[in-house]
Ligand binder design. Sequence first.
Ligand code: MRU
Length: 353
Amino acid sequence: MRFNSKIKTIQWIDNYSRIIDQTIIPYEFKYLDITSGDEMVNAIKTMIVRGAPAIGIAGAHAIVLYAQELEKTYTDLNEFAQELIKKADYVNEARPTAVNLMWAVKKQKEVINNGVNNNLSIHELINNLKENGIKLENEDVEINKKIGDYGAEIVPKGATILTHCNAGALATVGYGTALGVVRSAYANDNTIQVFADETRPRQQGARLTTFELVTDGIPVTLITDGMCSYFMKQGKIDLVITGADRIAANGDSANKIGTYTVAIAAKYHNVPFYIAAPLSTIDTSIKTGDEIVIEERSHEEVTHINGKNICIDGVNIINPGFDVTPHELIAGIITEKGILRPDYKTSIAEAFA
Ligand code: MRU
C-alpha cells in the first residue's frame, strides 16, 4: 500500500485500530494493527501516531481497546465504568500539549457516563464507545475539508506558502489542516507551491510534509529552520500556514517548537501568518497561552541524528517540543466554521456560541 491523502492515518476496524507508523516514513510505509490500550498509549508517547487531531482519535480508540480488555474481567457495569475511567485518565496523560487528546478522552468519558446513567449492558456501552470513536474519526476528515476550502480563499494565485512541522493527512485522520488548505488551494490553482521547514529535532517537515506533498504531486521545497527570514526578505514567501496543538481563548497558539520564530519573522517582513486548526484544538478553558503545558522531550532527539550522537558528552540539553505564538502575530485562525480574525477573544467565543 502506498500513501495518498485519501488513506486514513488512523482507522477503527472491527475490534482493533489500524495506524500508519510515522516513525519509519519515508524509508517505509507500513500499517500497525493496535490491539491493546497499552500499545496505543505507547504509540502516542513514542510518536508512532502524532499530530494533534490524530492523537485525539488515537486516544478515543485507546479507550475502546481498554474497554474490550476490561470486559473480560468485570461483569458489574459500575465497577467496569470506574476502572475504564481510570484508564481514560491514563490515556489523557500520554502527551500534555495537544488538547485534542483531552477533548477526545472527554467525549469518550461522556459516553461512559451516559451508559452508566442509562444502565446499559457492558456490551452496549462498548458498542457506543466504538461508534463514537468511528464518528469522531469520520468527522475529522470532513472538518479538515471545510478548513481546506475556507483556507483556499486566502491563498493568492501562484502563492508560495511556508509551513512548519507536519499538519497534513498524517497529523490528522486524513486531508490535513495546514496541508488541507494547501490541497484545496492546489486543486483550484496548480501554480501554488510550498516551502517546508525541516522542523528540528524530529524533522516532521523533512520526513513527513515533503513525503505527503511529493506523493501528491504538489511542488514543495525543503528548507532548514533558520532559512525562513532569508526567503521572506527576498519576497519569496507570500503567506505562512501552520497547524496548532492548542489555542487559548485569546488566540495564543501552541505549535511545534520553532513556529514562534517563523511568526516573528513573518511579522517583520509583512507576510501574513495563519493557523489552520479544528475547533477541537481551541481550549476555551484557558485564557492565554501562558497556561499551556509545554511537553519536554528526550534529550536524545537533539543530540542524535539517525541514531548517531552528534555532540560531545557533557553538553547541557533542553528540548521543549512546542512554543506558543502570541495572538498578535496571527492574521487569522482557519477553522471549519470559517476564518476567525482578531479580536480572537470575541471571534473564538462567537465560534463556540
Ligand atoms: O510532536 P508532534 O509531531 O505531534 O507535533 C505536531 C505539530 O506540532 C503539528 O504541527 C500540530 O499538531 C498540528 S497537526 C494538524
